[in-house]
Design a protein around this ligand. Sequence first.
Ligand code: CS2
Length: 496
Amino acid sequence: MTQIRLDNAHVPAAMALSYDRNQLKTGIVHLGIGAFHRAHEACYTDAVLAGGDLRWGIVGASLRAADTSLALNPQDGLYCLSIQDGAGERLQIIGAIREVLVGPEDPDRLVQAMAHPDVKIVSLTVTEKGYCHDPATGNLRLDHPDIVHDIANPTRPRSAPGYILAALAVRRANGVPAFTVLTCDNLPANGVTAKKVLEQLANAIDAGLGAYVAQNLACPSTMVDRIVPATTDADRARIAGRLGCEDAWPVVSEPFSQWVIEDDFPLGRPDWGQYGVQFVEDVAPFELMKLRMLNGSHSSIAYLGYLAGRETVSEAMAMPALRQFVGHLMTREVAPTLHVPEGTDLAAYQGDLIARFDNPALRHRTWQIAMDGSQKLPQRLLGTIRDRLQAGQAIDALTLGVAAWMRYVTGVAEDGSAIDVRDPMRAQLADCTARAGMDAGRIVNGLLEIREIFGEDLPKNTAFRQGVEAALAQLIKHGAEKTVEDFAARFSNPAV
Ligand code: CS2
């Protein structure tokens, strides 16, 4: 049976949009149009459109695969957002995305779209690896294949920084002022990181462009937060049933959503502040709190949970010892390193995080969060470790998180089956771990050699090295479940 497909003519009457999509202008081009953007920025922007300011329609772009464009363009860019908690599901149709372009299919079309004078903001969710930088130093990797390509072909780029510069060069030539670059990735000082990478690439292409970027480009930092697991076929089927029409790619999210932005938009911006976005002078305290508390816990839960055979975060959180470990990590090891934003109740924030991880309606796979660990570890766990080592404080939970990542990237699960390790440094990780066998000392020696992840300092720190090696030896010998139980027993009894 062919079902009706969601599009402009087939929005369920009860969910009709309150604004006329034909009147939209494109004020934002978004690079990396994945599920997160569609449950976050697009949603806040949809509220602005519904409020009557129609200048802020979004053109999305994929820089790799065509799957999102294939799903959304036949639907006029429309899709359903499903918000889920234990109590039920709420559906909403989002109309902010006008069209999805695919960079590799027609790079010039995307560059021209970004160069259009109506576009005031180019936002990004291209994940950590999309910045083509060295996570330990924040410097652009001039040997990254996409960067090598973009320096040789600046008008037909491949990387996100390459697209931004190609469009800025066109705007500059046309006398159109620079858009604001709004990064929405989980990187520390994400705006500063983006600007540094853009300046370095611009200088490698043309010194004049480098100077232009340095002087003219605003890259406000942001903190973004919403848990948005990958959509499953079961989600698609359930949502189609409820909508009465097919949506090829709905997104599923938790109710919680937060966006904190530094207010630096020379060409203006949507009035997102009306709809819950916080504009602040300095995003750093928010960002550090989120990256270390939420993402640091998430990655630790993902590696330990996956190794212990738990498919989702909420299943992992159902292990009492893991729950205790996460509590210890947050309260004892992460919280003391933070300068929390004024007015924040850190204990309440932590309690809310535990409740969010517990959300039984979200099937957030540990395997999904385990991806790209080489790009995530530095800001999620290693920065906290550095601060604590400097203060002479214990790092037991943090080192167990790092050791679990090391055990995970051996690529062999506890039952002997293969782990599908997804990581841009996968070949290098596999090479290190294959040579080391299942010997904790040798694995630690090999992986700590990767300075792009661990920097120059951590490999030299004996407390860190020994802590990780001891935790890894335990994980290899006893498995993750028993190791976490031992951890919980050790720390619930201060006398031991
Ligand atoms: C997760 C994040 O996949 C991951 O690495 O830790 O995507 C997390 O769900 C978001 O940052 C929550 O805001």
